[in-house]
Design a protein around this ligand. Structure first.
Ligand code: ATP
Length: 251
């Protein structure tokens, strides 16, 4: 199945305020999809709907459909713990837990019932390698995660996300708190990860979206204005609003 996540006539509201308007999207498996658009257009809300992060906001309501491999994400009977194992998330600011590097990566495994120390060791190593961090930390796994640089912390958060073997990784502005070198490392890493995972990234940084994404989704005031292959959109946007955004005239 080429599509993994589908929004169908999806609307969402914080209280009375509608923030997503009739969204229709098919996110493609094992591709990098970038959601772009000016501040406040609803990018994060759209991303956070996918793993139901907004459940914590009591005023948040949705209508329409949001489907993950034929299953409705907002189905009352969905087991959220199992579902979130498939859909990992990485945030704007790296948020390591106040524990060692090793424990940060192994944390989720224990929740999911993996107890065998040898198995955990292996997954920790594999995840840190997958997040391109292993060589920098392999001799200090018991050190506090806070001893790492911002860029290393963000790669640690990516390692933590991939440790539980997800299918999708949602990234919400993952490099906006990082310097250019750390940003470049994360971008390269995201490209590598897309071989195994479906990546959906929200970014303010248009140049970044152009560099790394296969597909682009341009939003404006809660609506999806234009989407398609990134290369096509940047060459020849079909809609004037998209062209204005690409040319820096909006946002
Ligand atoms: N918890 C909340 N309660 C009420 N309104 C909210 C909440 N979170 C976001 N909003 C509103 O929803 C709209 C969309 O916000 P959202 O964060 O999804 O946009 P965004 O495109 O990601 O913005 P930015 O790029 O600035 O992060 C904004 O008007 C915002 O003020």
């Amino acid at each position: 199945m080429e599509n993994i996540i589908t929004f169908k006539n999806f609307n969402s509201f914080y209280g009375n305020k509608q923030v997503l308007k009739d969204i229709n999207i098919n996110f493609k498996r094992n591709k990098i999809s970038a959601i772009i658009g000016p501040s406040g257009c609803g990018k994060s809300t759209l991303l956070r709907s996918i793993n139901r992060m907004n459940d914590e906001v009591s005023s948040y309501k949705t209508t329409g459909e949001l489907i993950y491999e034929n299953k409705s994400i907002y189905d009352k009977n969905l087991d959220l713990t199992i579902f979130r194992k498939k859909v990992g998330m990485v945030f704007q600011k790296p948020v390591p837990f106040p524990m060692s590097i090793y424990e940060n990566v192994s944390f989720g495994l224990k929740i999911h019932g993996i107890k065998d120390k040898r198995k955990i060791d292996k997954i920790v190593e594999k995840s840190l390698k997958g997040a391109a961090l292993w060589n920098e930390v392999k001799d200090e796994l018991n050190k506090s995660a806070y001893s790492l640089s911002g860029g290393q912390q963000q790669r640690l958060c990516i390692a933590r996300a991939i440790a539980i073997d997800p299918e999708v990784i949602l990234l919400d502005e993952p490099t906006s708190a990082l310097d250019p070198i750390a940003t470049q490392k994360i971008e390269r890493l995201i490209e590598e990860l897309s071989e195994r995972y479906t990546i959906i990234i929200v970014t303010h940084n248009l140049a970044q979206a152009i560099r790394i994404s296969n597909y682009m989704y341009f939003m404006y005031q809660g609506e999806l204005i234009e989407s398609g292959l990134t290369s096509n959109i940047i060459k020849a946007p079909k809609i004037k609003l998209t062209e204005d955004y690409l040319n820096g005239r909006i946002g």
